[in-house]
Ligand binder design. Structure first.
Ligand code: CP3
Length: 345
């Protein structure tokens, strides 16, 4: 195995001393880089995801062009519903849609949870190829959606601001909801284990819509499944949990077997540290929209963010995914400011 030349993110996740905080950006692969947009014009979404050579090329773009300290494999969280036998369409400008929504016991019984090593082999192939192409430059992050967020898409059938149909399902059919969440959890654990075997050095679990739930409902429908995933993976690969919009859960999750917790920009670094203690590494939490500010403002805000988090047990990142309209120079300024800390770059 090629030795890593830059293992900052792994050391930060283990709580070891680092010279400076590592930096990467959620959704850094795809979305805003001009070279990605060229590939997007040529190949449809699932062709890009399912062709290891294309997925690898897209994964490497931000490493070569923006200088981040970790690669995240180009894929999507909705490959799990696909592997369970559900059709997923990705329409330009509309986002994902899943025409056959889950409603009944029969729908849940029909979902497949085994065979992920075969059905998602294109992801593990992309990870192995990317690992080879990276040649130890930076660690490679694998990922999956959290069970609650995947349930949201499977029940709602498309994106939503309120996720009221998904919540209605949970509140009116709690037994079915928990069966569905458990099935998603089981396949996700197998999937993340396969990713670790294929070369992922870290895995992140995206609970993008956890913040739609109240604290009590997060505890019922999201947290136990996040903890199950972290427990199942802990001996194979460090796990970062990112339950967006759930600052109140940081303390509980800091006692879990996760190595890192991703946080959004609605909490101060000091408050997050108070909840997390020194038990877990924090990742975040730059407002992605702030990358649209003038470059000197971005750099100043990055320095303030690191002043507040401190340089240890910390991974500099955004509080959610980078937006498609961010100029590449601004993304670079964010990364450069972290690398130059404590000085101006
Ligand atoms: O760094 C990366 O971008 C790696 C690849 C990646 C994609 N999706 C590619 C993608 C990752 C990590 C994801 C995760 C993902 N997918 C999440 C969790 C992260 C988050 O942003 O909260 C969610 C909720 C999805 C579901 C999804 N996939 C949506 C809502 C959309 C449409 C809107 C959007 O985000 O652009 C997608 C499509 C998608 N997934 C695109 C990309 C690059 C855009 C389609 C395209 O470029 O053709």
């Amino acid at each position: 195995m090629t030795e890593l030349k830059n293992d900052l993110i792994l050391r930060a996740l283990r709580g070891e001393t680092v010279e400076r905080p590592p930096v990467w950006m959620m959704r850094q692969a795809g979305r805003y880089l001009p070279d990605y947009l060229k590939l997007k014009a040529k190949y449809d979404f699932f062709t890009r995801v399912q062709t290891p050579e294309l997925a690898t090329e897209i994964t490497l773009q931000p490493i070569d062009q923006v200088g981040v300290d970790a690669a995240i494999i180009f894929s999507d969280i909705l490959v799990i519903p696909q592997a369970m036998g559900i059709e997923v369409l990705m329409e330009e400008g509309k986002g994902p849609s899943l025409p056959a929504v889950i409603k009944t016991q029969r729908d849940i019984d029909a979902l497949r949870i085994d065979g992920v090593e075969e059905s998602l082999r294109y992801v593990t192939d992309a990870l192995s190829l990317t690992k080879k192409e990276l040649n130890g430059r930076v660690p490679l992050i694998g990922f999956a959606g959290a069970p609650w967020t995947i349930l949201c898409y499977m029940v709602e059938g498309k994106g939503s601001k309120t996720w009221d149909k998904a919540k209605q399902f949970a509140y009116t059919e709690p037994v079915l909801a928990h069966q569905l969440l458990q099935k998603i959890t089981t396949i996700t654990i197998n999937y993340l284990k396969a990713q670790a075997k294929a070369g992922a050095d870290v895995v992140q679990v995206f609970d993008s819509w956890a913040g739609a739930l109240s604290p009590a409902d997060f505890k019922a429908y999201a947290q136990p499944y996040l903890i199950q995933i972290a427990d199942a993976l802990k001996d194979e690969v460090p796990v970062i949990l990112f339950p967006k919009g759930t600052w109140y859960a940081i303390e509980d999750l800091s006692y879990s077997s996760a190595s890192g917790i991703g946080i959004d920009w609605t909490i101060t670094p000091q408050q997050a540290r108070t909840f997390a203690g020194n038990r877990v590494t924090l990742q975040g939490n730059f407002d992605p929209s702030k990358l649209l500010a003038p470059i000197p403002e971005i750099k100043k805000a990055v320095r303030e963010m690191i002043d507040a988090f401190g340089t240890q047990r910390y991974i500099a990142n955004l509080g959610h995914g980078i937006m498609p309209n961010v100029p590449v120079d601004h993304a670079k300024a964010f990364v450069e400011a972290v690398k130059a800390y404590p000085g101006p770059s």
